[in-house]
Design a binder for this molecule. Structure first.
Ligand SMILES: NC(=O)c1ccc[n+]([C@@H]2O[C@H](COP(=O)([O-])OP(=O)(O)OC[C@H]3O[C@@H](n4cnc5c(N)ncnc54)[C@H](OP(=O)(O)O)[C@@H]3O)[C@@H](O)[C@H]2O)c1
Length: 181
């Protein structure tokens, strides 16, 4: 079963600052909505808390939260490990034909890439270096940024989003071939 990941970074792999996104990207948010609509989304507790109250849990999607501390409310599903969340998501996806998306944040993205849990990455790259904007704040960087960029690039489109230029990319992981195939 394909495990997808969707994110926006800057040119250096920054993904957030002060538990917020780097910038408001209207077209990219619409793209995120369209790609994930109706599917299963898996996120870390901090990303869940960063969502606006009126769209938390994200509407029209099955929201899985990974946390060892968060207490689930009636409409939330919380898992104490990423593997547990993925196992449950796979079971559900088999029945419902929904897709599975890892939607952040940094710790969850990196864990999934480092542990070989992701097959496809939908990456919107903002063509800007945000370390020049947030000089004093602690920026969250994707440690696995360079790894993803080495994957096979299937799609690339430059899109102007407000004042910013972005590049919408899709990467797939190449499975190692054995001598027999
Ligand atoms: N650019 C993008 O596309 C994008 C997308 C999403 C988020 N973001 C940004 O990313 C930033 C947040 O990232 P983050 O790395 O600080 O936080 P995060 O990954 O969203 O959440 C971290 C929390 O998730 C739980 N968690 C993570 N790995 C776990 C594991 N293996 N097992 C159990 N629980 C686990 C822990 O919760 P407990 O402490 O409760 O145990 C941990 O403290 C924000 O700035 C946000 O805006 C950016």
């Amino acid at each position: 079963m394909t495990i997808n990941m969707i994110l926006a970074t800057d040119l250096k792999g920054a993904i957030g600052v002060g538990n917020k996104l780097l910038a408001y990207l209207e077209k990219d948010l619409a793209y995120f909505q369209k790609v994930t609509d109706g599917h299963i989304v898996i996120m870390g507790r901090k990303t869940f808390e960063s969502l606006p109250k009126n769209s938390r849990p994200l509407p029209n999607r099955v929201n899985f939260i990974v946390s060892k501390s968060h207490k689930a409310k009636s409409n939330e599903k919380v898992f104490s490990s990423i593997e547990q969340a993925l196992d449950e998501a796979k079971k559900l996806a088999k029945e419902t034909k929904q897709k599975i998306f890892i939607i952040g944040g940094g710790s969850v993205y990196d864990y999934c890439i480092e542990n070989d849990l992701v097959d496809v990455v939908y990456l919107t790259m903002i063509n800007k270096d945000f370390s020049q904007v947030f000089k004093k704040e602690k920026i969250v960087y994707l440690k696995s940024f360079e790894t993803i960029k080495r994957w096979t690039n299937l799609y690339s489109q430059i899109i102007k989003d407000g004042d910013l230029s972005t590049t919408r990319l899709i990467f797939i992981k190449q499975r190692e071939r054995t001598l027999n195939n």
